[in-house]
Design a protein around this ligand. Structure first.
Ligand code: CP
Ligand code: NVA
Length: 314
């Protein structure tokens, strides 16, 4: 057996179903402990003395604030590092940066412009590295999405989720989660924006039930939850040509009416009303987008406790 290294969280597919469940369970427990009290939430501040490094190569609202607040609520500290202001910006290698930061920090979150930067950081870091979004995947978002679905609708296994729009980083992590958690996934994406072949074939090899289509109407048939995201992710350059192509992929009342009668609507945010979703759907009772945003905090606290080995008796 290989020696136990740091508990990185790079992609959903790296976990066992038990580990993914464990992270979600810890998040649920710390959320229940908090119950209306904003702070302090945990009597013994389990991460006192620990410091998280939050390295951001691109903008963030939810990821940054949820990790800052979550770490503080667990008793720890955060150092926010804009990669442009680090020596990285002047050419210091990721390998050296990782080895230095590992001497200071207990856990690192990286939001990267290149997926390979995340892999390189994890390769050299002796402390856990958490994927804070890359152009390829966004696994922490899916922790919150699963938690939110289950709070509203119970166990996600066997339920049907529909993804409408760009086959992007969030879609990839959702595909991986469908394999681990046993929910059905229907993805409707325009030509040229199909979900990752690698993620699809990996998930299908695990037995995942995934259908890809060009038709949003087909994807939402009987879906218990309809999910979308921006048409233009960070780093995407061809924004103008996209809008024409994506217009039929707008989540509007007409599309929601074709999903299950009690279907939820989710969006990782930030949203662009009138583009990927109408204001009507976004503000409708089906929309749980702010519960979803809140659950970034709770699920990531579960993740932090798991990464730092506090998963025995949370
Ligand atoms: N959903 C999400 O990751 O949001 P931020 O870009 O604001 O972190
Ligand atoms: N797909 C989006 C998600 C933002 C949280 C992006 O990568 O920009």
């Amino acid at each position: 057996s290989t020696p136990a290294g740091p508990r990185h969280f790079l992609d959903i597919r790296d976990l066992t179903p038990t580990e993914l469940r464990r992270i979600l369970d810890i998040g649920k427990q710390v959320k229940a402990l908090q119950q209306g009290r904003r702070f302090p939430l945990h009597p013994d501040r389990p991460l006192a003395g620990r410091t998280l490094g939050l390295m951001l190569a691109c903008p963030s609202t939810r990821t940054r604030v949820s990790f800052e607040v979550g770490m503080e609520q667990l008793g720890g500290a955060v150092s926010v590092l804009s990669t442009a202001d680090m020596q990285l910006g002047r050419g210091e290698s990721i390998a050296d940066t990782a080895r230095v930061l590992s001497r200071f920090l207990d856990v690192i979150v990286l939001r990267a412009r290149k997926d390979s930067d995340l892999r390189e950081l994890a390769r050299w870091s002796s402390v856990p590295v958490i994927n804070g979004l890359t152009p390829v995947s966004h696994p922490i978002q899916i922790l919150a999405d699963v938690m939110t679905f289950e709070e509203h609708r119970g166990p996600i296994a066997g339920r049907t989720l529909a993804w409408i729009g760009d086959g992007n980083n969030v879609a990839t992590s959702l595909i991986e989660a469908s394999a681990l958690l046993g929910f059905r996934l229907r993805l409707a994406t325009p030509e040229g924006f199909a979900p990752s072949e690698a993620a699809l074939s990996w998930a299908r090899a695990q037995g995942a039930d995934i259908v890809t289509t060009r038709s949003p109407a087909e994807a939402v048939q009987g879906a218990d939850c309809v999910i979308t995201d921006t048409w233009v992710s960070m780093g995407d350059e061809d924004a103008q040509t996209r809008h024409q192509l994506f217009r039929p992929y707008q989540v509007n009342a007409e599309l929601m009416a074709q999903a299950a009668p009690d279907a939820l609507f989710m969006h990782c945010l930030p949203a662009h009303l009138g583009e990927e979703v109408t204001q009507e759907v976004f503000e409708s009772p089906a929309s749980v987008v702010f519960d979803e945003a809140e659950n970034r905090l709770h699920s990531q606290k579960g993740l932090l406790l798991w990464c730092l080995g506090h998963d025995a008796g949370a």
